[in-house]
Ligand binder design. Sequence first.
Ligand code: PMV
Length: 315
Amino acid sequence: MMHQHPLTASAPAKLILCGEHAVVYGCPAIALPLADVRAVATVAAGQQGEGLRLVAPDLNEAWGVHEQPTNPLSELALTVAAQLGLGQADLTITLRSQIPLASGMGSGAAIATALVRTLTQYAGQEWDADRIAALVYASEQRFHGTPSGIDNTVVAHERAIWFERRSPKPLIEPLTIGAPFTLVVGDTGVRSATHLPVGAVRTAWQADPVHYETLFAGVALLVSQARSALAKGDSATLGGLLNQNQALLEQIGVSSPELERLIHAARQAGALGAKLSGAGWGGIMLALAHPTQAATIAAALCEAGAVRVLTTVVG
Ligand code: PMV
C-alpha cells in the first residue's frame, strides 16, 4: 500500500570502537550504533511531473534526481525507487541529520540508510538489514572507492557488531557485552573526507606491504582481545587495548595533532583508554570512562578544544 501522508524514517550514527583501516584489508573491527544521534528522511508527495526530488535543508540544497543522476544519493534514490515500483512517482525526500559530516560518525551511511528506509516504508515494504546495507554499500563505494562495508552494516543492523570484510559476503556477528560501558566522544571539528586517509594508507601499504601488514596484524590481535574484554565486561583491559590501537593508528599514519591533543586530555582526566575513531586526520576520538569520570573527561575535552562532546552508554 502506498502512503499519501509524509513518512519519516531514521538511522543512527556509528562509532568504530577498534579496528578501523585494518578492516579494509580483511582484519576484524568492532562497531557500535549511536542510537541518540540520527539522520532522518521524510518522504511526501511532490509536484506533479517533478519526479523524485531530494532536499537537504541543513546544506541549503535541493535537486531533482534526474538533474544530477551521478550524485550518489540520486543514484541510490533512483535504484531503490525502481526496485519498489516508484520509478515514475513524484516524490520529495527531505534529508536532515544530527550527525556531523566527515567526522568518523558514519553520516553518509546514516543518511543513505534513512533514505532507503523511508522509501521502502512509503511503498509499504519491509526490507531486511542486509538488503539495505548492500544498497548503501554500493552507494558508499561512490564516495570512497574501497569501503570495508562496516559503516553501512552497523548502521543498517543497528547493533554492536564484529565485522570482517570477506568475499562474497562480509562476516557479521552480534557482540556480547558483559557489562555496560561508558564512552565519551570528542569532535576535533576538523573535517576530513574518508577517502583521503584511506587512499594514503593504500599508497603506504603498496610501498611497504610487509611493514603495513605487521601493523594490521597487531590491530587484528587487539580487536580479538577487545571482543573477549567486552564479553567479560572488563573495562580496564579494554581501555589498554584502545590505547594500543591508537599507537598503531599513529604508526599507520592517520592520527593528527588535534586528535592527539584530545586523546591526551582524556587520558589525563582519567580515561581508561582513548583513541581516534573512524578514518582519522580529523573527526572524532573516543575515550572509555568509568561512569563517575565521564563528566570530568567531557569537561577536559571541551577545555582541550573539542567542538562537540557526547557521552554514551553501550550495552
Ligand atoms: O570515518 P568513517 O566513518 O568513514 O570510517 C571509515 C572507516 C575506515 O576503516 C577507515 C574505512 C572503511 O571503509 O572501513
